[in-house]
Design a protein around this ligand. Structure first.
Ligand SMILES: Nc1nc2c(c(=O)[nH]1)N[C@H]1C(S)=C(S)[C@@H](COP(=O)(O)O)O[C@H]1N2
Ligand SMILES: [Mo]
Length: 424
């Protein structure tokens, strides 16, 4: 087929020039050449013989159907039903750092509710000078802030505490999403109500039946907590708390109250169900850690991994993954191919952003032999992601939440991957 217009052929020429300078993986190019004429190049294709769809065919688009396996997934045996359950972000098939809302994990204690903006009310009461109730429109009239943050459920990787269990980064590390939020600072709303000197905490509640009530120290509330109504540029999705949710940068997902309905200023923590019987960590001696709010630095290789085997032969290989820290920006990620014996420093796709995800790449050469792939994150405080053994030494065997130990994928000679653990 020849170019129909000068523009097309010029573009084709430029593309050919680019390909030559980029140095294609030699093996792949050879394989293509050996097979004789490639009909995808020599034949006129359907998509060039007929018109495509016009604008407005899909007023609000979904991913093309070829990508229909890039979806949230649930692990059925984890919970009795899907109303009080969790699903997992397909991090193994995403790249960059922003999580599309349509496949960002969901966690509900009593199901995702439908709450229309006209019915929305946000109450601020307790130890304040002026108890207030805001409508959605009221919130829109306060100065807005915008920032990208990760939201990780404290239970992310919890099933891996006793040893390797789930086969894929989606399931071992997918209770996380990373979005750009727009909202109003909690500080602004609290100042509007006027916090009394005795006020030391806030208690935040959702409008769903579970309420998911949690206590947050006033210091954090006044620092960077957002009352958010947009994520990735659009209204929050129903399952992520439409129309308004809390964003608590760097702290465990359970505090990110969805369908936010009430902020009560208190003098002490409420010690609600979600911060006593849940979201505490039982230690070896039977006592429990509480107020473990911050999500420590963590990382995972997303590809290759059990759900993303290597499908090409030896030669150039891109190893990639995600790193994040609730204490600040990621400053370095190391990758090991031999289960932690030796490490190479990965390339960060962009400088780390505090309390947001960082993408890393190791552009490497695969010799076709098996690998024990690991990644290890370092954050701006100097904290280094620990091994699972190091974590268990301090925390014992009873934990679920806050497992930020180093993950290992056994990549075999055939390119397939398996979740394994390497002990020291
Ligand atoms: N109102 C309300 N807020 C909630 C929950 C809930 O069940 N109800 N689940 C919490 C938990 S445990 C987590 S991990 C995050 C998950 O947010 P997501 O559903 O947007 O992924 O929301 C939190 N906020
Ligand atoms: Mo959670």
């Amino acid at each position: 087929m020849t170019g129909k217009t000068g523009t097309t052929s010029r573009r084709g020429f430029m593309r050919a020039g680019l390909a030559a300078s980029v140095a294609l993986p030699a093996l792949a190019a050879q394989a293509r050449a050996q097979g004789g004429p490639d009909p995808l190049i020599t034949e006129v294709q359907d998509w060039a013989s007929f018109m495509g769809e016009g604008v407005d065919a899909t007023p609000y688009g979904l991913p093309i159907h070829f990508e229909s396996d890039v979806i949230r997934r649930n692990v059925e045996w984890l919970t009795a039903d899907t109303i009080s359950s969790i699903n997992f972000t397909p991090i193994h098939r995403l790249d960059g750092t922003l999580t599309p809302a349509g496949c960002a994990f969901e966690r509900h204690h009593s199901g995702a509710i439908e709450l229309a903006k006209p019915d929305y009310r946000l109450m601020v009461n307790g130890l304040v000078e002026r108890p207030l109730v805001f409508t959605y429109e009221d919130l829109e009239r306060f100065p807005r802030k915008q920032a990208v943050y990760f939201c990780e459920c404290a239970a992310n990787s919890g099933m891996e505490w006793g040893g390797a269990q789930l086969n894929g980064s989606q399931f071992t590390h997918g209770m996380i999403h990373n979005m750009e939020y727009v909202g109003v600072s909690m500080r602004v709303l609290l100042e509007e109500a006027g916090v009394k000197p005795e006020g030391k905490w806030i208690y935040v509640e959702g409008a769903d039946a579970s309420s998911n009530g949690r206590s947050i120290p006033l210091e954090k509330a006044m620092d960077d907590v957002l009352v958010a109504f947009k994520a990735n540029g659009e209204a929050l999705r129903k399952e992520h708390g439409y129309p308004v949710r809390l964003v608590v940068p760097g702290w465990e997902g359970n505090l990110w109250v969805k369908w936010l309905r009430r902020i009560e200023v208190t003098d002490m923590a409420v010690e609600s169900r979600e911060e006593t019987s849940k979201y505490t960590d039982t230690l070896a001696d039977g006592t429990s850690r509480k107020w473990t709010w911050v999500m420590d630095a963590k990382s995972v290789v997303t590809a290759p991994s059990p759900q993303v085997p290597i499908t090409h032969g030896p030669g150039p290989l891109v190893i990639t993954g995600l790193a994040w820290s609730g204490r600040g920006a990621i400053t370095r990620v190391d990758v090991s191919k031999d289960g932690g014996k030796t490490w190479e420093t990965a390339r960060l796709a962009a400088p780390g952003v505090p309390m947001a995800m960082t993408r890393f790449y190791l552009d490497t050469h695969w010799d076709g032999s098996e690998m024990l792939l690991q990644s290890r994150a370092v954050d701006e405080t100097g904290y280094v992601q620990p091994t699972k053994d190091a974590l268990r030494e301090i925390r014992g065997m009873n934990s679920i939440y806050h497992n930020n130990g180093i993950q290992t994928w056994w990549i075999k000679e055939d390119g397939s991957g398996e979740n394994v653990e390497v002990s020291a």
